[in-house]
Design a protein around this ligand. Structure first.
Ligand code: NAD
Length: 507
């Protein structure tokens, strides 16, 4: 094994130890954890069997029964401590994210910052889980609505935001009075172990948090399926591909459990004639090439007005030709590695399909950074004559399909003309066009931005998308309601029994 491999492995293991993960959890196990940065085997992790899931859920259920009785602001104190511990360990966890999934250092740190931000949000929320008092139609009656903890919340997460997704769900679920059982991506177990260790530090400081309040299940798909099928889990929040979401959604529907599905995107931006093209250029570069195209909100389609196409697209191609691709840990490269060889193959297949239906490809070739051990690519820009073939699918790699349009109706139809509905954006300064885009007949996505790209959401807003993106919402706004059960209460404080709708039933 070359020295660079040994050093990444040593660094990963030292970070795990610093973060409080026991060596038994990563020293030996069936699953090798490979860094996409240079192919190093960072650790070997024992994986759970599906048959062991039931016992873990029993413990989580017991924890929920106790936790739901703790006043919500006190529950918020645990999440405050979690945010505190994340602040203290931000550098180490952020670095581990970079080692495990290949994110640039600022993006690894940004992911942990997002965890801190949602903890802050949830602490405030712990005093604002408001119900309603609704005017009753009956005299001496009160009609109210209140929110109760719902139970054990299952979280299934994807490799590309290996820890932030857990926190979006867990921080809210914990203040809502739920227990959390987490099945992370099998490609990113180390950051999950570290996050669990950080949670345990917060729980120890809190003092009397019930055991099993946050449980980690490291396992393959079967472990996820066992979590999805367990009747003691009333809510499952699943983040990943649409294929996964379809399987999980169907299983949950069979037992009438609640699904929060956060699935694939095929996000488009429209560049109108009034756009600030310098700003658009920078936004497209980050949105389409940042994180090597491996964000659910990555910009995958660019719909450019014919009047600015010949100004913007050649400039964009020059940026694509010159963007730095390389090892994010040892250079300032803006584009790091793909997660694995399968992602590289999927990208090449999509580019071939695009060419076969008339696309003109710039970039997309493999870049030799560490020989065969890792998969770096030059991002691809593909000019398309029409929205066909791979353009209507999500390929989880840095491919930007560029299309030309004549009027805004056509641009909106193109943008909405795909099965996914996560994020979208428009560039322009013509207020009529912008407002039309944000209106009921405009973008059909869960996120619609103006004069920025499709990625990089803040935690204060509800996050999620429509159509095959799954319809779930996480994070800010009133997304917390998905982690609680609603109860309507009609209270008669009078001496008679008037019936609703004036019904008479005198006995
Ligand atoms: P993936 O679907 O391969 O895996 C995601 C998770 O689901 C993993 O933990 C996996 O073990 C689990 N899983 C897979 N099949 C399952 C099943 N039948 N039952 C239970 N669990 C199952 O996704 P990935 O490759 O890790 O991530 C990339 C995908 O995730 C992209 O499509 C991306 O758009 C999407 N994503 C969406 C969001 C969002 O918020 N909308 C955020 C991040 C990633």
């Amino acid at each position: 094994m070359p020295d660079t491999h040994a050093s990444l492995r040593a660094e990963a293991q030292s970070l795990l130890s610093e973060l409080g993960v026991r060596e038994a959890a990563y020293g030996s196990g069936a699953r090798q954890v490979v860094s996409p940065v240079d192919g190093s085997v960072l650790a070997s992790v024992p994986m759970m069997e599906a048959g062991e899931v039931g016992e873990a859920i029993s413990r989580a259920h017991e924890a929920y029964l106790a936790w739901r009785l703790v006043p919500a602001p006190r529950r918020g104190e645990l999440v405050r401590l979690l945010g505190d511990e994340l602040r203290a360990h931000k550098n180490a966890l952020g670095r581990l994210v970079s080692l495990e999934v290949g994110k640039a250092p600022s993006e690894g740190l940004g992911e942990v910052q997002e965890m801190i931000d949602i903890c802050d949000f949830a602490v405030g929320l712990s005093r604002q889980l408001y119900g309603l008092v609704i005017p009753s139609e009956r005299a001496d009656h009160k009609l109210t609505e209140q929110w109760h903890p719902v139970g054990v919340v299952g979280v299934i997460s994807a490799f590309n935001f290996p820890v932030a997704v857990w926190s979006w769900n867990a921080a809210l679920a914990l203040v809502c009075g739920d227990a959390v059982v987490w099945k992370p991506s099998e490609k990113a177990p180390l950051t999950a172990l570290a996050t669990q260790a950080i949670f345990e530090k917060a729980a120890a400081r809190f003092g009397d948090a019930p055991a099993g309040l946050s449980t980690l299940l490291l396992g393959e798909r079967g472990v996820g399926e066992a979590l999805v099928d367990d009747a003691r889990v009333p809510v499952v929040s699943a983040t990943g591909s649409t294929r996964m979401g379809r399987a999980v959604g169907e299983r949950l529907a069979r037992r009438f459990a609640r699904a929060i599905l956060e699935l694939g995107g095929n996000n488009a931006s429209i560049v109108t004639p009034s756009a600030d093209l310098d700003l658009a250029l920078r936004a497209v570069a980050f949105g389409a090439m940042g994180t090597a195209g491996q964000r659910c909100t990555t910009m995958r389609r660019l719909i450019v007005h014919e009047s600015v196409y010949d100004t913007l697209v050649p400039r964009l191609k020059r940026v694509y030709g010159s963007i730095s691709v390389g090892n994010p840990l040892t250079s300032d490269a803006l584009v790091g590695p793909l997660i694995d060889g399968a992602a590289f193959e999927a990208m090449q297949t999509a580019l071939q399909s695009a060419t076969a239906v008339g696309g003109t490809v710039t970039g997309g070739e493999r870049v030799d950074v560490n020989g065969d051990a890792s998969f770096y690519v030059r991002p691809a820009l593909v000019e398309m004559p029409a929205q066909t073939g791979p353009v209507v699918e999500e390929t989880f790699a840095p491919i930007l399909y560029v299309l030309k349009y004549r009027d805004l109706d056509e641009a909106i139809a193109l943008q909405n003309g795909v099965p996914q509905g996560l994020s979208s954006s428009i560039f322009g300064t013509d207020m009529r066009e912008i407002e039309r885009y944000l209106s009921a007949s405009g973008s059909d996505c869960g996120i619609a931005n103006v004069n920025m790209g499709t990625s990089g959401a803040e935690i204060g807003g509800a996050f999620g998308g429509e159509k095959e993106t799954g319809g779930g919402r996480e994070s800010g706004s009133d997304a917390w309601k998905a982690y609680m059960r609603r109860q309507t209460n009609a209270i008669n404080y009078g001496h008679s029994l008037p019936l609703a709708q004036g019904v008479k039933f005198d006995v």
